[in-house]
Write a new protein. Structure first.
Length: 92
């Protein structure tokens, strides 16, 4: 696989943020430092809820767009389904 990831983090206010990165650990650190995205500023600490790896940036960006179109309920369902496959690697 490539090093292209789509991730979802849960903010302190229980909202979800979806993003793209090539390094999930570094990206979450950026969010924690207030440098990740305007939306997440001041909403930490964050919990990594979901991530998926893609072979190409294009695939990852398409997935990020699709996830962002989902309702919060659908995102929560994706997180629940993803936990079955991501549990072992969630501790990046």
């Amino acid at each position: 696989m490539g090093n292209h990831y789509v991730y979802m983090i849960r903010c302190q206010d229980d909202s979800l943020y979806t993003g793209y990165t090539t390094d999930v650990t570094r990206r979450i650190q950026m969010h924690e430092e207030g440098k990740g995205a305007k939306y997440t500023r001041g909403k930490g600490p964050f919990l990594l809820e979901y991530f998926e790896e893609y072979a190409t940036k294009q695939e990852a960006m398409q997935s990020e767009y699709a996830i962002k179109q989902l309702s919060k309920r659908a995102k929560e369902q994706l997180i629940q389904e993803g936990k079955l496959t991501n549990e072992a690697t969630k501790k990046l």
